[in-house]
Design a binder for this molecule. Structure first.
Ligand code: CAA
Length: 387
């Protein structure tokens, strides 16, 4: 078992760390407070190749492995989880979905703009009445011969107001249930696409989350992804990989909170010595470090399985549920270590605590991850472990 990262992976990690410290840290508190979309920072992420990391260079991507993507996500999430969710959706949901299941024409038309970050994409699955129960799609795509007509509402869409392309999941044949669902590439400039107000959220406040309405949107048949009825499987496959990205985001939030708590505990004195020298705090730091490391192993392993071409559905759910629960717990403990300072914005940990919460909700709640894991182990699917 080899735990060493390659030189290329170490270089990606270092580049992401430096970018996060130099370009994301200044202004992160203000962007969070004012819900200000990080337009300049997203442009810089595009220039650095962080928006289409795994895409074939032939389409303008970085041609990197999933582990490199996870390493970059972790470093960026330590500092600014609003930026990392923008990055995650474009990389693992939109670009990966198009590269894996799109036609050559779709890739030439869309992926070549999305991978270099010239355009940004959004993934539109959730609806007012279809969150965890994603098969209950009410958005309809009626087949009109050479095109579809799309009608419906999507909720909580990351990159909703700033994207040029949406991947929209919609029901074409209601009588077939989830086997009648399709996925479409929709340009946001098309008539009938309306962007609702930006959500005022607990965390990841600078990211751009909107309700989207589609009213009689004409979608060319060439913009359907895959065979007729492939849309639900498309969404599930895309989300399996997406969950690795969100697990890496959670890992970064937890690791960032731990690193801040460690530094603070070594500086802050109480009862005549640094608080890290008090067992009450030292043991908290020990637990935080152990749980961050355990999450890191699960997250890296799920990316490694994907890179090896092995099944990673259960592994990505395990990584996401564990890392997101670790992030929530570690960030809460980091606030506790900081005491009163932890409760004010200047020290960053309260933001990390608020940001951590969403990782237990989006791209499948912790409950849905446990559903996927339990179904997998109970179905007798051989456990794809390290050994
Ligand atoms: N790969 C391929 N196919 C899959 C699959 C996978 N990983 N998981 C399920 N499927 C297929 C099944 O084989 C089945 O197809 P067949 O009947 O043809 O065999 C079909 O999908 C339906 O599966 P189930 O019978 O298991 O459906 P279910 O309703 O019982 O459960 C679910 C499905 C796992 C709960 C699913 O609805 C789910 O993952 N829900 C959570 C949705 C989610 O993650 N939303 C996130 C929103 S996107 C987001 O947050 C992005 C953002 O902006 C940050």
């Amino acid at each position: 078992m080899i735990f060493n990262l390659t030189e290329e992976q170490l270089a990606v990690q270092e580049a992401a760390r430096e970018f996060a410290q130099k370009e994301l840290l200044p202004g992160v508190i203000e962007r969070d407070r004012e819900m200000k979309y990080p337009r300049d920072q997203v442009r810089m992420m595009a220039e650095l190749g962080f928006l289409g990391m795994m895409v074939d260079p032939a389409y303008g991507g970085g041609g990197m492995d999933s582990l490199s993507y996870v390493l970059a996500m972790e470093e960026i999430s330590k500092v600014d989880a609003s930026c990392s969710v923008i990055m995650s959706v474009n990389n693992s949901l939109v670009c990966w979905g198009l590269e894996t299941y799109g036609t050559e024409e779709q890739k030439q038309q869309y992926l070549t703009k999305l991978a270099p970050g010239e355009w940004v994409g959004a993934f539109c699955l959730s609806e007012p009445e279809a969150g965890s129960d994603a098969t209950s799609q009410r958005t309809t795509a009626v087949d009109m011969g050479d095109h579809y007509v799309l009608n419906g509402t999507k909720n909580w869409i990351t990159n909703g107001g700033t994207s040029q392309v949406h991947l929209v999941i919609a029901q074409t044949h209601p009588e077939k249930g989830h086997r009648g669902i399709n996925a479409f590439i929709v340009e946001t400039s098309w008539p009938g696409v309306t962007i609702g107000a930006k959500e005022d959220k607990l965390g990841i406040r600078a990211s751009d989350t909107h309700t989207i309405m589609y009213t009689d949107v004409k979608v060319p048949k060439a913009n359907r992804i895959g065979e007729d009825g492939f849309g639900f499987k498309f969404a599930m496959k895309v989300l399996s990989g997406g969950r690795i990205g969100i697990a890496a985001q959670a890992l970064g939030i937890g690791a960032g909170a731990y690193e801040l708590a460690l530094a603070y505990a070594q500086e802050r004195e109480a009862f005549g010595k640094p608080i890290s020298q008090h067992q009450a705090i030292a043991f908290k730091l020990a637990d935080m470090a152990t749980e961050v490391e355990a999450a890191r192993l699960l997250v890296y392993r799920s990316a490694w399985l994907k890179d090896q071409g092995k099944d990673y559905d259960m592994a990505s759910s395990m990584a996401k549920v564990f890392a997101s629960e670790m992030a929530m717990k570690t960030a809460t403990e980091a606030v506790q270590v900081h005491g009163g300072y932890g409760y004010v914005k200047e020290y960053h940990v309260e933001r990390l605590m608020r940001d951590a919460k969403i990782t237990q909700i989006y791209e499948g709640t912790s409950e849905i991850q446990r559903l996927v894991i339990s179904r997998s182990i109970l179905s007798g699917t051989p456990y794809v472990g390290v050994i």
